[in-house]
Design a protein around this ligand. Sequence first.
Ligand SMILES: [Zn+2]
Length: 76
Amino acid sequence: MFMDVTSPGGPGGEGPAFACHGCRKVFAHKEAVERIEFDSSDEPKLRELNGVYHPDCAKPILSMKRAYDMLKRSFG
Ligand SMILES: [Zn+2]
């Protein structure tokens, strides 16, 4: 199989480099990462946020996710 060398950064495309879904900066070696995963039943807009982030970049999304999950539970 041919290794295609394309530049990363397409929407939803995980390039060869491991980059933060928030700021798009490539993670440093052994840098802490935060994974965000919305359920497949969640809003497609939210699922676009799925990915790995720097802990700082993930913070606003995690707090939003927590509120969203709580809302879901109270309606489910
Ligand atoms: Zn980041």
